[in-house]
Structures are given as C-alpha cells and as structure tokens.
Design a protein around this ligand. Sequence first.
Ligand SMILES: Cc1cc2nc3c(=O)[nH]c(=O)nc-3n(C[C@H](O)[C@H](O)[C@H](O)COP(=O)(O)OP(=O)(O)OC[C@H]3O[C@@H](n4cnc5c(N)ncnc54)[C@H](O)[C@@H]3O)c2cc1C
Length: 395
Amino acid sequence: MKVPDFDFVVLGSGIAGLTFALQSAAHSRVLVLCKATLSETNTAYAQGGVAAVLDPNDTFEQHVQDTLEAGAGLCREMAVRFMVQEAPAAIRWLQGMAVGFDKDGSGDMALGLEGGHSHHRIVHVKDHTGRSIQQALEEAVRRHPNISVQEHQMGIELLTDTSDTGTFCYGVQVLDLHTNEVRSIQAQAVVLATGGAGQVYQYTTNPGIATGDGLAMAARAGAEIRNMEFFQFHPTALYQPNGEVFLISEALRGAGAELVLPDGSHFMHLYHSMASLAPRDIVARAVLTEMQRHNSPCLYLDVRHLPAGKVRQGFPSIYHKCATIGIDVEKHLIPIVPAAHYQCGGVKADLRGRTSIDRLYAIGEVACTGVHGQTDWPATRCWRGWCLPGVQQSM
Ligand SMILES: Cc1cc2nc3c(=O)[nH]c(=O)nc-3n(C[C@H](O)[C@H](O)[C@H](O)COP(=O)(O)OP(=O)(O)OC[C@H]3O[C@@H](n4cnc5c(N)ncnc54)[C@H](O)[C@@H]3O)c2cc1C
C-alpha cells in the first residue's frame, strides 16, 4: 500500500467537517472535500441558533431533561449529557473563531427560546446563525497552512480492506465533478461529515446537497447504520405551492409567533401544555392533523400581535423572504406546512465519532450517536405512545 496522501480526508464542509479540520490540523495534514462549493451546506441555511446553558439561572440538568422529554424518552442519555456539558465550550470556541453571536443590552449573550426548551438558551446571529458560523469557519480553514480544500469533488466509494481485526478504511474514491475523472485518495483515516438525506423527501428544508451520500457509502462498505426510521419534520416551512421550501425558524415562535387555523384561532394548547413551543414532532403532527381536519393545504403563523418592527429587526431573512412573495408579516398570516428537516439516524458512531469500521469516523448529521434516539432500540421506553409497529409500548 502506498504512503497515505493525508492524515485525514474529511468529506463535507459544514460545521462538522470544518470544525474537525480546524481542531485536528495543529498536528495533522487534512484534506477537506465537498461536492459543491465550500459554502453550500445545510449548516449555511440554519437560522434559529444553537442551544447551550449560558444563563447562570439555567442548569445542565434542566437542559438534559428537556432534551430527553423532546426525544420522547428514546435518547441515549449518556450522549445527551455529553452534548449538553460540552455545549458552552463549543459556543466559546465558535466565538474564538469570530462568530459574532448577538448580545443583549448588557453585553451578555442574547438567548432565544425554541420548542421543547424550558429556558432561554439559544445563541444566534439574528436569523442567519448558520451562515455566520459557516463563513467564520471557512475563513479559518482557508487560512490554515495544514488544511487543503478541494471543491466539487464528490466522494463515491470508501476504500476498505480487511485485517485480522476486521474491516478498516484507508481512503476514498472521488469523482471530480468538473472533469468527470475518478481518482483515489489515501489517508490514515476518513471522516464522514456529509450531512443528512433530506432530499429523499418531496418537501424538505434541506438544500440539494443533502442526498445521504456518506450514509450510502458507509452502508456499502458494511458500516452499521442506525435509526433511519427517525426523520424530524419541521412544523413551519413557508407554504409556497410552486416555490422552493423556505424555513420559518422556530425561534419566531420563541419570540411570540402563534400557530393558528385558517380562521385565525389557536389550537396548539389542545395538543400540549407548551402550545406552539411544544417539542417539534408534536407540533408537526398537530399541524398535519389540523390540515387534514380542515381540508386545508396549510396552516398559519400569526405574528401580527408582536410589536411593530420586531420581526423585521430580529428575523430579517424571514421578513424579506415573506415580502418577496407579497406577505407583509405585520398585516398578513404566514402560510406554513411541515417539511422533512433533520436526519436523526445515520452511521452508528460513538462519542468520539468512531464507527464500526476501523479508521472510518462519522460526525455531524450523518452520524447516529443516540442523541436523537437510542442506537440499540429500547422496547420499553417510548413515552408518547407512537412507537414503531411491533414495538411494545410502555404506556
Ligand atoms: C433550513 C435549515 C435550518 C436549520 N436550522 C438549525 C438551527 O437553527 N439550529 C440547529 O442546531 N440546526 C439547524 N439545522 C440543522 C443543521 O443545520 C444541520 O444538522 C447541520 O448544519 C449539519 O451539519 P453537517 O456539518 O453535519 O452537514 P452539512 O452542513 O449538511 O454539510 C454537508 C457537507 O457534506 C458535503 N457532501 C455531501 N455529500 C458529499 C459527497 N458525496 N462527497 C463530498 N462531499 C459531500 C456537502 O458538500 C457539504 O459540504 C437546520 C437545517 C436546515 C436545512
């Protein structure tokens, strides 16, 4: 076997891939490959923000409990605890990378509220948090002498072999989308950071790159895949019968927007005590149920009661998007429908990103660590009474 070209080949240039590249490049030669431009990622479309315990009146334990509740009791608690405890340091690291999270009047981090959270803990940059994170990480990656970047390079197959201890990965086969040439790149380890598979669905908030390539490559190589039956639907994508799907961030509901029926009446209190800010799966199913009951192609978000200028200033992308299709959010209801949003399952990975194949790592949305559902199915812990067919429910 020839000497590896790089220590790490990272497939994917979203928050997962670029963070890994920056954290490992101090002592390693890293190649980042992506199949579009560096900037075309799910990450760049994220609006609302990132959850972390940063308010002295908030606690890790409360964040853990909120997450377990939102996960209907199916989350792997150890993974949730790890994520919650690491979140503040991750936010500080992003600030160190020059992500300018919004501050409140006293100079502290401005913390928003989102569905399922009992406390304000969402750090954000207006309603374009993902774009700001993407830009900051890209700039740092392009400056780093140990990181090479190659755009429009599509990973198509993992290079694997077997030894006495099992299968290992030693590189990736890549299609150059400009020249149509296929070449092999060898590395000490391959990191899948290829994001989700939202494009499998007809209506999704995900951009065109989200076609589950990393998942498919890993499956073909024999890696364990888990929980692909779990796909999160976001309750509030902008309803445009013939237009692209555009997300209306949950943070808007955190700022006071209410879900309403076609006649303007509230209904979410009938489904959950947190009403419009209930966990996302409950809201998405409630919206669909009410659409069917009213034979309506969509329901609505109402922000007309909010102070004038609040949406324009706090959610400029949403305000302007609505304006381009003739919706003045201060006067009109915003039509919404649920859309496929986040792949909860994926390549089974432990908390270090290790997969069932040696030297193959999976991080970010392509990975399934159990945060969104146990990797080894717990037949008796489903709280909401809608477990998979054939799985015994505990209540
Ligand atoms: C509209 C929208 C809003 C969201 N809002 C939020 C939010 O407010 N808060 C939150 O926490 N999350 C949010 N999410 C989810 C979050 O953005 C994603 O889960 C996260 O950004 C995924 O990051 P990632 O690095 O794993 O993958 P991505 O950011 O999706 O990056 C995937 C990368 O893989 C590359 N790739 C894919 N296939 C190949 C291949 N075959 N070869 C080479 N490269 C490949 C792509 O080119 C891309 O660079 C949102 C998602 C969307 C779509």
